[in-house]
Design a protein around this ligand. Structure first.
Ligand SMILES: [Zn+2]
Length: 82
């Protein structure tokens, strides 16, 4: 079930194809939304839908995933809510 094309959403915990998700990666202590899905390093996934993105922002779920405060990336994520 958990092959290399599937990832678990940090908001709804469902496993989906990674192309259906936003990938947030940490590269050299910088956090960014990896549109290419090609960056290595620690990463977390969120479904590309308003519900999961909003939940991740409201509950600051990325802080838990990366064990640090990520206010900047939440501002970027807001841009993905339609
Ligand atoms: Zn989700």
């Amino acid at each position: 079930m958990h092959n290399k094309f599937e990832r678990r959403c940090i908001a709804c915990r469902q496993v989906k194809l990674k192309q259906e998700m936003l990938k947030i990666s940490r590269i050299n202590n910088e956090y960014l939304i990896d549109e290419s899905y090609k960056l290595n390093g620690r990463s977390a996934y969120i479904c590309k839908n308003n519900e999961c993105i909003s939940k991740a922002i409201e509950k600051k779920l990325l802080n838990r995933a990366f064990k640090t405060n990520l206010d900047e990336i939440y501002n970027k994520l807001r841009g993905y809510i339609e």
